[in-house]
Design a protein around this ligand. Sequence first.
Ligand SMILES: CC(C)=CCC/C(C)=C/CC/C(C)=C/CC/C(C)=C/[C@@H]1[C@@H](COP(=O)(O)OP(=O)(O)O)[C@]1(C)CC/C=C(\C)CC/C=C(\C)CCC=C(C)C
Ligand SMILES: [Mn+2]
Length: 395
Amino acid sequence: MSGIPLWIVCPKENAYPLLGLLARNGIQRKSKFCSRISLSARISAYSSAVANPGRTSEERVYEVVLKQASLVREQKREKQRALNLDKPLEGDATNWDLLNASYERCGEVCAEYAKTFYLGTLLMTPERRKAVWAIYVWCRRTDELVDGPNASHITPMALERWEKRLNDLFEGRPYDMYDAALSDTVSKYPVDIQPFRDMIEGMRLDLRKSRYSNFDELYLYCYYVAGTVGLMSVPVMGIAPESTASTESVYNAALALGIANQLTNILRDVGEDARRGRIYLPQDELAKAGLSENDIFRGRVTDKWRSFMKGQIKRARMFFDEAEKGVAELSSASRWPVWASLLLYKQILDAIEANDYNNFTKRAYVGKAKKLVSLPAAYGRAIIGPPKLDKMIMR
Ligand SMILES: CC(C)=CCC/C(C)=C/CC/C(C)=C/CC/C(C)=C/[C@@H]1[C@@H](COP(=O)(O)OP(=O)(O)O)[C@]1(C)CC/C=C(\C)CC/C=C(\C)CCC=C(C)C
Ligand SMILES: [Mn+2]
């Protein structure tokens, strides 16, 4: 990534496995009148046999959702701290200038790599916007480790050093100016380190694994590399004060958006990934559809392939649907960028269909005109806030 130094030092201290078993899902109002069918129940119709006889990946990931949600509730109770969020940074003038310069650099990187998203962040309060930029840059740098120009030199040891560096910045010892911005952000917002560690775990997975036996394995990968982004972002973007949804259910929607985006990314990039020897699609589902690895490497669009792709697209859309239920619960200024990115990414699925499911040699992309139309559409949705509890009860 241009302009971002990727040197990393120090050995790893600890890895952090996912733990836990819990029930979940749907936007749960803080009312007993509203219940929903769980996402997992509906998704399982599209996920063939789950290989893991114990907990599913979804159950394991939900532990992280609950932990993050409880951190947010804890912080809500610390009223004074919450009041400080939009106050100027503390410390002497030099530190303050340096920190501001760090945040500005994060904003520049964000503007360069994700223009639409950057524009959306300009609607947020200055403090929230800077914090989202800092998270964006850390995610981008982490992704660049395994996906960027230096990716062939990246070893598990380099990822260990990156994780050590993450631990240090969470403890207030940043290595460089981008880290300094994130270090400041995580000291001010109730952001847990777990999703950050898990994203690094996703990069480790990318180094050692190029096949996924079933959807359960793929789900975990999608959580690591993208669901984590949702969990990192919500504490900063904030939940609307008038929201009656439970914190967990908003985090669940955020997780669903990350999963939906990553599934879409995988469906878009089937050909490109195959050329790198990677097949992210669940092997058991491919076999069930009568498709072999060679069919993918040869890249022929057959009826079997079309029918397989229809099922995959349907599942990705279910995750988008789940995510959509949560966007209205976010703080008003954060809804627009989230809607914009959701609508834009979801249209990649339409583009795959429009390409007659040829995701081997044709890249599905959303043209400028469609992008432009999506922005006011996103704005229209963003002005709708959380449903009122009395209306929910009457339904
Ligand atoms: C508003 C908004 C989108 C906020 C998120 C900002 C943020 C911190 C983004 C970081 C993204 C990033 C650099 C992730 C690193 C891993 C990665 C590249 C994941 C893939 C993204 C797409 O990138 P791209 O198309 O460039 O992929 P290639 O590198 O070219 O292959 C991902 C597919 C996933 C990114 C995941 C999200 C953007 C999830 C966003 C979820 C929320 C913001 C939660 C919203 C809240 C509710 C309640 C729905
Ligand atoms: Mn990538």
